[in-house]
Design a binder for this molecule. Structure first.
Ligand code: CA
Length: 227
């Protein structure tokens, strides 16, 4: 496993490095302090996970995350001192898989990393399961992409996971807790985060000419993909 830490504070890098190696002794950890170098490293080294500090010396971490999402679906955990809700929500909206608020404990870090990696693995396993169609929408598990006719829907990793989990069990209501466990790796995620994610996916489907009603809401219960 290769983890890339994007962080300009050496002590924080050390804490993460030591924590990860405590749990995964073979874990390869590299770090970079400047955001401008990250997209190049992603292309060259293909890390399995990125831990991203939002306060970088040369650029805003959220801008960097948006840049990263244009070229990569690598799982990203945001590290932020900005504990307030708005920054966390913006992070998730921009395509982060999870976030950790500084100061954090090693056990919290490891729990979040485990959950994100577990989700990435099960998402990878589903890639062999072919395609799911609904009207002009194709969910392609092989390439981890969703299209309307031939137009790619620009989904973040998290949005792809949510849509593909639902598409994998068509016609079945995915209850909130199940979706949270599967997509976020934790049932502790707030309902509003799930709701917001579903809204974004529907919006993106609509933007490329698809029917957002492919995802049906069952009020108080969950969501379902209509094949
Ligand atoms: Ca910093």
């Amino acid at each position: 496993m290769h983890v890339l830490i994007v962080e300009d504070t050496a002590e924080v890098v050390d804490i993460i490095d030591v924590s990860l190696k405590m749990r995964w002794p073979d874990c390869e950890v590299s770090s970079v302090a400047r955001g401008s170098m990250v997209t190049g490293i992603l292309a060259a080294n293909k890390p399995d996970l990125v831990i991203l500090d939002l306060g970088l010396p040369d650029m805003d971490g959220l801008e960097l995350l948006a840049d990263m999402r244009r070229v990569s679906t690598v799982p990203v955990i945001i590290l932020t001192a900005r504990g307030h809700e708005a920054a966390r929500v913006r992070g998730l909206e921009t395509g982060a898989d999870d976030y950790i608020v500084k100061p954090f404990s090693a056990s919290e870090l490891l729990a979040r990393v485990r959950a994100v990696l577990r989700r990435a693995e099960s998402s990878a396993r589903m890639q062999n399961a072919g395609q799911m169609l609904s009207g002009n929408l194709t969910v392609d598990f092989e390439t981890s992409t969703a299209r309307v006719n031939r137009d790619l829907i620009p989904l973040s990793r998290l949005e792809w996971d949510v849509l593909s989990f639902m598409a994998h069990h068509p016609d079945r209501v995915m209850v909130h807790t199940e979706l949270k466990e599967k997509a976020w790796g934790s049932s502790l995620v707030d309902d509003s985060v799930v709701k917001m994610c579903i809204r974004r996916i529907r919006g993106k489907i609509k933007d490329v000419g698809g029917d957002p009603a492919v995802i049906v809401t069952y009020r108080g219960a969950g969501y379902s993909f209509q094949p």
